[in-house]
Design a protein. Sequence first.
Length: 239
Amino acid sequence: MLILIGFLALWELAAALGWIDDFIFSSPSKLILCLKNLIIQGILWQHISITLLETIISFLLVVGITVLIAILLWANKSVSETAEPYMVILNSLPKSALAPLLIVWLGSNYRTIIVTGMSVAVFGSILSLYQGFMAVNPDQIKLIETLGGSRRNVLTKVVLPSGIPHLFSIMKVDIGLCLVGVVIGEFISSRRGLGYMIIYGSQVFKLDWVILGILILCVIAMGLYQILVILEKHYLGKI
C-alpha cells in the first residue's frame, strides 16, 4: 500500500509541477474527476458490466470445455496422441490474429467477443490439465485396478480429485487470459465495454478514458483472481 500511495503521490506531483504532460499521462486527480463524470453520465457501469459478463461467460465455458476435453484425452490414448500436436499449435497461435476472422465468421456481436476470450485460454488450459491428469500417482491407479475398480472408478476416485488443486491453478491464470481476450474482441467488434471505451478514448484523444479503463481492468482482474483464491482455500480446507 505504501508503494501504491507513493506512486500516486509522485504521479500527481509530477503532473502538477509540469514534469510530465498531464494531457498525455493524466493524473490521479484528473482520473477521479473523469470517473465522477462517467458515473454521473451513467455510462461507466454499462461498460464495466458488459466486459465483466463477457469475461465470466467465456471463463466458465473455458473451464467446462477444458475439463471435458482433458478427460477425453486421458481416457483415450490414441485421441491424445493425435490431438496434442494440434493443441500445441493452436495454443501458440497469436489469438489477436484470429479476431478479424471470428468477426467475419460469427458477426460483430457478443458471441464473437466471448469466443475471442475463450480462444486465448482454452488450448493451454486443456494441455495443462491433461498433463496434470497424466502426473497422477500410478500406485493409486494400480490400487483401484487391483481392487477391481473400472476406468471410471479411477477417474472419479483418483484422477479428478487429484486434479482439482491443479485445476484451481489453471483457473487463476485463465480468468486473466479471458479478460484479455474479451478486451481484444471489444477493441474490434463492440460498441460497449471497457475495451471499446479504451479504443474510443485513444481515437478521440480522451486519454483520461484510456488510462481509467486500464486501471478498472486491473481492479476487475485482481477482484476475480481473489474470488478464485478464496474458493480454492475453501475447497482445500475441506480436504
